[in-house]
Design a protein around this ligand. Structure first.
Ligand code: SF4
Ligand code: SF4
Ligand code: SF4
Length: 388
């Protein structure tokens, strides 16, 4: 089919351009740390940020899922602002403990143990989960959700690939050791920090080149020591993905959408939640589940109020008999926002669904009774009109 050919061509073009973007980031880093062909920031670790900026704008434009679109927009802005522009324009230092104290570490410091940003990140992860970093604010996910997104479908989902996640402990143990080393007056602290940074740099940038074979999150899945640290906090903190497993129809979409190769469906069916340290909280499984089985749970849920009995009563009063529970469920978020009229919030639900309203609902929501009223009600009202 001609349409299919155009689509394939477009897909291939994006893949080639995305891969060139990844190669550009690698060459920039190699120039800065190894070859020094030029001192231009265009060929340095900023290359990665520049590529994220370009592909980030493209991804925001083409992304159809509203949640992911918002996430990529914020992520791109954070990479360009927090990681790239601020350190480039200002030579900032920030408070840090031990060996790092007094160094200009702003920007990349959320990955550096004992810096102020690192501690703030830990707090955020405890409260909101790993997604505070690994979905919304890390150049790595910036790369993987923009240039890497063209290769998402290549994510290896086998059981063996899932088992390989434990490999992360190798670099993570080294990273934990650094926590101690940088605090002590250890003579080899600089050497150890340099060795660690060197190993991380080489593997991190090398992983870009393998994305077309492994999927976009290869480094995050199997190697990243920072991600593993945040993952441990994921499990300890308030964050979870809850599942209403009774509603699951075992369609497998959640597992298919997960770039971290997590067997989401299996976890839903066996545990009723997705509380694993590997979850980066991207929300793809949640937003793609056709049955609304999954939902985020974090510290914000403690402060959310459920609709009061008065509000339930009002919803019932306006005539969604038998269907009101569904409407309440799908509108819970909106109701909780305490907008002036709760009725307005499910007007859209009503119009866009097969639900029918009664006479008073139509009047309250200014709906066309002909299109929205329950058939029985309509006949009842008509017979009332005739009898008058
Ligand atoms: S796993 Fe590591 S590299 Fe990946 S997004 Fe998280 S912190 Fe960044
Ligand atoms: S996408 Fe939803 S319904 Fe489908 S298997 Fe996953 S949790 Fe179950
Ligand atoms: S389990 Fe869901 S939220 Fe977690 S990484 Fe996978 S798709 Fe994203």
């Amino acid at each position: 089919m001609p349409g299919q050919k155009t689509y394939k061509f477009k897909g291939l073009t994006i893949k080639v351009l995305s891969y060139l973007g990844l190669v550009y980031a690698v060459i920039g880093w190699l120039n800065e740390v190894l070859f020094q062909w030029t001192s231009s920031p265009l060929l340095s670790h900023y290359s990665e940020y520049i590529a994220i900026g370009i592909f980030g704008i493209y991804r925001v434009a083409v992304e159809k899922n509203p949640y992911t679109k918002k996430k990529i927009a914020v992520l791109t802005a954070m990479v360009l602002g927090f990681w790239a522009l601020l350190p480039y324009l200002f030579s900032l230092t920030e408070p840090a403990l031990g060996y790092y104290s007094g160094k200009a570490i702003w920007g990349r410091s959320l990955h550096v143990p004992m810096t102020l940003t690192f501690f703030v990140s830990i707090l955020l992860v405890l409260l909101f989960g790993r997604r505070a970093v690994c979905s919304w604010n890390c150049p790595c996910v910036g790369t993987r959700d923009t240039m890497g997104a063209a290769f998402r479908k290549k994510t290896i989902k086998s059981e063996k690939a899932w088992k390989f996640r434990h490999l992360k402990w190798m670099l993570t143990s080294f990273y934990f050791a650094l926590f101690v080393v940088v605090l002590l007056p250890f003579p080899k602290a600089k050497l150890l920090v340099d060795v660690f940074s060197g190993i991380v740099g080489v593997i991190y940038f090398a992983s870009f080149l393998f994305i077309p074979l492994t999927g976009n999150r290869n480094w995050c899945r199997w190697l990243c020591p920072y991600g593993q640290t945040f993952g441990v906090l994921n499990k300890a903190g308030f964050y979870k993905i809850k599942a209403d497993k009774e509603k699951c129809i075992s369609c497998g979409k959640c597992t298919k959408e997960c770039d971290m190769g997590i067997p989401v469906q299996h976890l839903v069916e066996t545990k009723g939640e997705v509380n694993v340290s590997d979850c980066v909280g991207c929300g793809r499984c949640i937003t793609n589940c056709p049955k609304e089985v999954l939902s985020f749970s974090d510290v914000r849920n403690l402060f959310k109020r459920t609709p009061s009995s008065v509000e339930y009563g009002r919803l019932k009063d306006v005539g969604l008999q038998g269907k009101e529970f569904n409407v309440i469920t799908s509108s819970t978020q909106k109701i909780e926002n305490r907008k002036p009229s709760i009725l307005e919030h499910f007007k859209d639900d009503l119009i866009n669904s097969s639900l029918e309203a009664n006479q008073s609902t139509c009047e309250l929501l200014d709906l066309n009774p002909e299109e929205n009223m329950k058939q029985g009600e309509k006949e009842h009202v008509e017979s009332q009109i005739f009898s008058q």
